[in-house]
Design a protein around this ligand. Structure first.
Ligand SMILES: NC(=O)c1ccc[n+]([C@@H]2O[C@H](COP(=O)([O-])OP(=O)(O)OC[C@H]3O[C@@H](n4cnc5c(N)ncnc54)[C@H](O)[C@@H]3O)[C@@H](O)[C@H]2O)c1
Length: 320
């Protein structure tokens, strides 16, 4: 299989991730078949794709004619055989349940073309486990996208010892072709790259919050306007080089003994969960949604966040 042989893409699961992944392939010019377990779920997914294509147009990321053209290339089905049999690249974004994914992968292999590539969007399962009952494991690969997948550029392309070089190369080139920013992960380490780094940061954030070193709002403000501001444009290793390797060596030596290194779930999270809180879903997390924000403020903040994401996407990735 070469990049040029890929004509038809199938996305299995049309939830939070699946419909956005489908949109990215549509904007890349591909024909996409979206599979889910009910027509009602697929209708909702299609409506989300339409709305998000319109948002891309309004933000100047795609021409208006691409909205209808993309929707014309999108088909949906609840028949797995129909979904998979004509596909050259299949990506699974079904629930994170090992039994479900193992069953699904076995069925995919029985229906798919012999040379089709089969990717999973799993965040925490291994390819080895998901593909246990798959005979030809050389065509399995993880492509790990980030929410919202139609906007966030990075996709981690993860191989294990069975994945062929050709499979990885095609998956990587395909992500580049649809204007994603793929990253090659050479072995299946839990959490791949990004979630490991994110959790390391969150552990220290929660430690500072728990100790009362600063308020939730001030911690968020500090990170957003410093590391966050910088990281959208330059990565952490280039940041070290620009600041000076010797300086960073000294800072590591001085600070690392003071940084949280526990392996338990941080108390700040455990306490909130024990008190029955679940962030925005329950009305209280690190912020109190009945006091700190009105519903209108919050809706406005989310709308503004999405607009900022799209502006950043346009400036940093689409117009490079
Ligand atoms: N949500 C995230 O932020 C995120 C980020 C990266 C990766 N992931 C991974 O992506 C995958 C999907 O996550 P999500 O958040 O989109 O979940 P979701 O629950 O929003 O969507 C899953 C979809 O799969 C459908 N489904 C149920 N059974 C199915 C089956 N047998 N075959 C195909 N589809 C089926 C469901 O109806 C649903 O529409 C998971 O593996 C998850 O770990 C999620």
């Amino acid at each position: 299989m070469k990049l040029g042989d890929i004509k038809n893409i199938t996305v299995l699961g049309s939830g939070i991730m699946g419909h956005g992944i489908a949109q990215s392939f549509l904007m890349g010019g591909y024909k996409v078949m979206l599979f889910d377990i009910s027509d009602a779920i697929l209708a909702t997914a299609k409506a989300h794709v339409k709305k998000n294509l319109e948002l891309f147009f309004k933000s100047g990321l795609i021409p208006e004619t691409d909205i209808e053209a993309s929707l014309q290339r999108l088909s949906t089905t609840t028949d797995l055989e129909k979904a998979v049999s004509g596909a050259d690249f299949i990506i699974e974004a079904a629930p994170e349940d090992i039994n479900l994914k193992q069953d699904l992968f076995e069925k995919i292999e029985s229906f798919a073309k012999e040379n089709a590539i089969i990717a999973s969007n799993t965040s925490s399962l291994t390819l080895q486990a998901i593909g246990e009952r798959v005979k030809n494991k050389s065509r399995l690969v993880v492509t790990h996208w980030f929410n919202p997948p139609h906007i966030v550029p990075t996709v981690e392309v993860v191989k294990n010892e069975d994945t062929s070089d050709e499979t990885v190369a095609v998956a990587y080139e395909l992500m580049e072709k649809i204007k994603k920013s793929p990253v090659k992960i050479n072995w299946e380490i839990p959490g791949f790259i990004v979630n490991r780094i994110q959790i390391a940061m969150v552990r220290e954030v929660l430690n500072l919050y728990q100790k009362g070193v600063a308020s939730a709002a001030d911690i968020d403000r500090a990170v957003k306007g410093s590391m966050g501001f910088r990281l959208a444009s330059i990565g952490p290793l280039l940041t070290i080089d620009l600041g000076g390797v010797k300086l960073w060596r000294s800072v590591c030596a001085n600070l690392l003994p003071n940084i949280e290194s526990g392996t338990e779930v941080p108390a700040a999270l455990e306490n909130l969960v024990a008190e029955g809180h679940d962030g925005i879903k329950s009305g209280k997390g690190f912020y109190d949604y009945t006091n700190d924000f009105s519903k209108e403020d919050l809706d406005k903040a989310i709308e503004q966040r999405d607009q900022e994401f799209l502006n950043r996407l346009k400036n940093l990735y689409f117009e490079k």
